[in-house]
Design a protein around this ligand. Structure first.
Ligand SMILES: [Zn+2]
Length: 465
């Protein structure tokens, strides 16, 4: 079995910061030992990685990505190949992407389609959630089978009428099923029926610029849907995970539910923590780059999101990576913001942006690792294989240089998209080397991985229940 030793670094997990060497054997973490101790100095190895002055982190787990997702007549620009490569560049070694059930078709057919897209193409490991677009007797039965085989989470939409939207009755049925089979319902919580009325009125009045995307998708309509989702989950006796929480009042709803002891969890994304409606209002058509749903909010929401992450009102930061090129894709919405494909690139920069939050004092180092690695792994049944550095865990390891300075730019990023939402932003901290199951994928800032190294991960059920 091949053996690797990472020596001299500071191992940071969700629970500890340990000055320790790490022994990797056959793709898994075999042992940790304090620097300079007998065990550490006696380890023989085929490869030694000097991590002096570096952090040694578990690989990031991005539990919300949409590679090559169809939306509004086009496809998200990253394939599983380019998207997982970009993820690796940014220190993310596991993604959980969303397979989509097409209206009128089975869950199985959707899942097979996504397997075919990803199989043999990924640079790092991947799993799937399932988007439930058509809740009926047969798709409800299929949920049980999917949970049993490792697709244990199901996303429903209170937004996008006519596309992914489910009414309250369908949502309740899916939640009831999940309460029996151990599945976790993930909710896009926005009142899409009301939003569509506001969209129609805005367009009729000539308010067509990207900024109006943020205007019509009101905070109150995110908060109301979040509240309703919590109550439906409560009635069904099911756990609930609210995706991409962007508004202060939605955080309040989740916090209130958790305070009552309900199994309700919240996710936010870097775009809500670092960007705002100021970006949506950028002149010309530039604001289209920042069109995603839920939308960016006024700046004052950011502090509430940071506080929520510190207080564990929010548990996970994922990217909702769903990139569309400015040229040719975002441009489909010139003169009509409702035609701008919803989504932003981000899979490459989540770990770095959250490290910047450590530098800025929003988060501790251990909380950084928790919300970016350990909690998503636990939430979606992958822990401790993923999300930590401990004996027996997969050797998904990031050697992170906390003092390196970098400027985020489309010129240098690796995502297959022609702009960066963080263009020109200076951040402190950068990935140096990334191992996936002990195999180098990034080595001293060079890509040494390959498509097909990444394997599919059947998942267990939520480990917070
Ligand atoms: Zn999404």
């Amino acid at each position: 079995m091949s053996r690797t030793v990472i020596h001299g670094g500071l191992v940071v997990t969700a629970s500890d910061e340990i000055h320790a060497d790490v022994l990797i054997e056959g793709g898994r973490i075999a042992a940790l030992a304090a620097h300079g101790t007998d065990p550490a100095t006696s380890w023989s190895a085929d490869r030694r990685i000097d991590a002096t002055g570096m952090y040694v982190l578990p690989g990031g787990v991005d539990a919300h990505t949409h590679m090559e997702m169809p939306f509004g007549g086009t496809y998200a620009a990253d394939t599983f190949e380019t998207g997982t490569r970009a993820a690796a560049w940014g220190g993310t070694t596991t993604i959980v992407d969303f397979a989509i059930q097409t209206m009128g078709r089975s869950l199985r057919e959707g899942l097979d389609t996504w397997h075919a897209k990803a199989d043999g193409r990924c640079a790092v490991d991947y799993g799937f959630h399932m988007i439930l677009s058509d809740v009926n007797e047969s798709s409800l039965k299929e949920m049980d089978r999917l949970v049993a085989e490792g697709v244990t989470s199901f996303k429903l939409f209170m937004a996008y009428p006519g596309v992914f939207y489910s009414d309250d009755g369908r949502i309740l049925r899916a939640m009831q099923r999940a309460s029996g089979n151990g599945g976790l319902v993930m909710m896009h919580a926005e009142n899409g029926i009301a939003i569509d009325v506001l969209v129609e009125q805005a367009l009729a009045e000539g308010r067509t610029d990207p900024r109006y995307h943020g205007d019509v998708r009101k905070v109150a309509l995110e908060a109301e849907a979040t509240h309703r989702a919590v109550q439906l989950a409560r009635v069904a006796g099911a756990p609930l995970y609210v995706v991409h929480v962007s508004a202060d009042e939605a955080v309040d709803e989740i916090a209130a539910a958790r305070h009552k002891g309900l199994p309700v969890f919240g996710e936010t994304c870097p775009q809500y923590l670092f960007l705002s409606t100021d970006n949506l209002a950028e002149p010309g058509f530039e604001g289209a780059k920042y069109v995603c749903s839920t939308p960016l909010r006024p700046r004052e929401h950011q502090e509430v999101l940071w506080r929520g992450l510190r207080n564990n009102e929010l548990q996970v930061v994922s990217t909702d990576h769903c990139p569309f090129c400015f040229s040719g894709q975002k441009e489909m919405g010139r003169g009509d913001f409702s035609k701008i494909p919803n989504g932003m690139p981000g899979v490459e920069h989540r770990m770095d942006l959250l490290h910047q939050a450590v530098v800025d004092g929003h988060l501790s180092r251990r909380r950084w690792v928790e919300i970016a690695c350990a909690s998503p792994a636990r939430m979606f049944g992958l822990y401790p294989k993923k999300g930590t550095i401990a004996p027996g865990a997969d050797a998904d390891v990031v050697i992170y240089d906390p003092g390196a300075e970098q400027t985020i730019s489309a010129e240098t990023h690796h995502m297959a998209v022609d702009y960066s939402a963080y263009e020109g932003r200076r951040v402190t901290g950068q990935v140096r080397t990334v191992l996936s199951r002990g195999v180098p994928v990034i080595e001293d800032r060079a890509y040494v991985g390959h498509a097909g190294h990444g394997t599919y991960l059947p998942r267990g059920t939520c480990q917070y229940l």
